[in-house]
Design a protein around this ligand. Structure first.
Ligand code: 0L1
Ligand code: MG
Length: 265
């Protein structure tokens, strides 16, 4: 019999339980096993509540991330809805630091295109051209995702509530103006312990990562918010994620945005 289920769930209790799982480094069953009404809209209310609590405990909002923007990720996770979530300063991993195994449950690593915003981007109706025009810098990045759900098994409502499996992220060594890179043809190789295990181009992300940025602005508009100048935006895993095993080495090599090394810790 499961011991991790109280009688009934609501926005407040799910938010508290998700943060407790994170703090105590433990996983659990998806809430939708018991609470079928936990849909996308409810997931976002829970996600916003956890953000309030992160800010109340001293974290700073530094941007946002998208999840499941590529078919590779959608197929793997069995969820075909892209979604957005929050990034705080507590999730920033300095370049060169190992995967922080001690505070993560079952980390996985995935390559992403990262935008640094030069201007505020306010939906609805944001186009790809408007999205690109609001970007100051483009970088490669590696996100270390960590689901609070056992075996990364969840529905869209569950994973949105769980801040889209946020864990940590690291940005790469090269920052380019968006005018100086063709993102749709930017290639990436993922190398684990010396072997290339996956590759793709950034076009895997919604045809072009700026499409994901526009999607994020339009999604936030429906919640009365905008993407702010100075924010970091992770546009979603380009390939499937690889398990971050202790003792392993993971390289993410971008064609023009440089390489990121992560020790599995
Ligand atoms: O756990 C997951 O894979 C859901 C988050 C998706 C992250 C991404 O696609 O970048
Ligand atoms: Mg990601």
């Amino acid at each position: 019999m499961s011991v991790d289920r109280p009688q009934a769930w609501d926005v407040e209790s799910v938010a508290a339980e998700l943060l407790a799982c994170e703090d105590e480094v433990r996983d659990r069953s998806p809430f939708t096993d018991d609470w079928r009404e936990l849909d996308v809209a409810t997931g976002y209310r829970i996600q916003d509540r956890t953000l309030e609590q992160r800010l109340a405990r001293g974290e700073t909002l530094v941007g946002m991330k998208l999840g499941l923007t590529s078919r590779a990720k959608q197929r793997r996770m069995g969820v075909d809805t892209p979604f957005v979530a929050w990034l705080t300063d507590a999730m920033v991993l300095p370049a060169g630091d190992p995967v922080p195994q001690g505070r993560l449950i079952h980390p996985r690593i995935e390559p992403e295109i990262v935008f640094v915003m030069g201007r505020r981007l306010q939906g609805p109706g944001v186009t790809v051209a408007q999205a690109m025009a609001s970007v100051d810098q483009v970088l490669g990045g590696a996100e270390i995702i960590d689901s609070r759900y056992r075996d990364f098994a969840f529905t869209a409502g569950d994973v949105i509530a769980d801040n889209a499996s946020s864990g940590a992220f690291v940005t790469g060594p090269i920052a380019l103006s968006p005018c100086n890179i063709d993102l749709s043809t930017e290639g990436v190789l993922v190398e684990v312990d010396g072997a290339v295990v996956d590759s793709a181009t950034a076009a895997a992300v919604q045809g072009h990562p700026a499409e994901a940025l526009a999607l994020a602005a339009n999604e936030l508009a429906s919640r009365g918010r905008a993407i702010e100048a100075g924010w970091i935006v992770l546009t979603g895993g380009i390939t499937d994620a690889v398990v971050a095993r202790p003792g392993s080495t993971v390289w993410t090599h971008f064609a023009t945005l440089g390489s990121i090394y992560l020790s599995g810790g």
